[in-house]
Write a new protein. Structure first.
Length: 279
């Protein structure tokens, strides 16, 4: 049983800050200031908590099973055949079951992702805080805040879509008919979406890491990125290089998720150190 050293309130869930007084719960976490220190710590976290890989391994296996069932049911050439039918104006009636399956897969996958991503982030943050990996505790934590996470992720989907529709609606018919105008519009929309989606997705992650609400987490994500811009850029470059190397290794499709897990842990470590220094 843990109690806040500042106000004495009982800490019932693994959080970085006391839910009552919002003071930092010190856990003797050493400060790491350089990219290499964060990377080395990420390696140590994975080495001491190999079970942290389990959720991504299960997701990978589920994806492989779905791909196998899809190929077994529709054949390996169905996508090429559908593309040909679309380009040549052929009969699409035989592909209606495929459209329904794809729509169902997207809907179910999106809803499942709303549940699994907060769970995975909670597993990562407890391991990074040296509290170990407890899938049951992570499940209970996410279940207790499930409505918050679903609403937050619906906002993450709705706002970028609204931005796209707003930009498209503001373009004139002449602009849409002009290829240069269309190209410029696509570039602008893509840039805006990347920025907005990055900060909003980071906000959902910080909801889990900090135990805060979405708007507070979103604001903190913006400040965090601004204050640790170059650190995150350097880590991003390192992870792109690592991901590229792994992608060219034999049978990489079976373990190419490892860099994402590693970077997720390193990013959390950067954030926790940042918050500790700020307090």
């Amino acid at each position: 049983m843990e109690f806040c050293p500042h106000c004495g309130d009982e800490i019932k869930t693994p959080v970085t800050y006391c839910p009552r007084c919002n003071e930092l719960l010190e856990r003797d976490m050493p400060t790491r200031d350089t990219v290499s220190e964060h990377l080395n710590y990420g390696i140590e976290v994975v080495k001491h908590n190999p079970s942290i890989l389990a959720p991504q391994i299960i997701l990978g296996l589920a994806s492989m099973i779905f791909s196998w069932l899809f190929t077994k049911t529709y054949g390996s050439d169905v996508v090429l055949e559908l593309q040909t039918a679309l380009l040549e104006g052929g009969d699409l009636t035989p592909y209606i079951p495929l459209f329904k399956l794809t729509a169902a897969y997207i809907l179910v996958g999106t809803f499942f992702d709303m549940l699994i991503q907060p769970f995975i982030q909670h597993v990562y943050v407890t391991a990074t805080r040296e509290e170990g990996v407890d899938f049951g505790a992570s499940y209970s934590y996410v279940l207790g805040r499930i409505s918050e996470f679903i609403v937050a992720q619906l906002i993450v989907i709705a706002i970028p879509v609204s931005i796209v529709l707003g930009i498209i609606g503001s373009l004139s018919n002449e602009s849409l008919m002009n290829i240069d105008g269309v190209y410029s519009g696509v570039v602008l929309v893509s840039f805006v979406l990347i920025i907005v989606f990055f900060f909003m997705l980071s906000g959902i992650q910080i909801m889990v890491w900090e135990g805060t609400g979405f708007m507070d987490s979103f604001r903190l994500a913006v400040v965090f990125f601004k204050d640790r811009f170059w650190m995150l850029i350097k880590l991003g470059i390192v992870m792109l290089i690592i991901g590229g190397i792994v992608g060219y290794m034999p049978l990489s499709q079976y373990y190419n998720f490892l860099p994402n897990i590693f970077f997720g842990i390193v990013e959390i470590d950067v954030f926790l150190n940042y918050r500790k220094m700020k307090r």
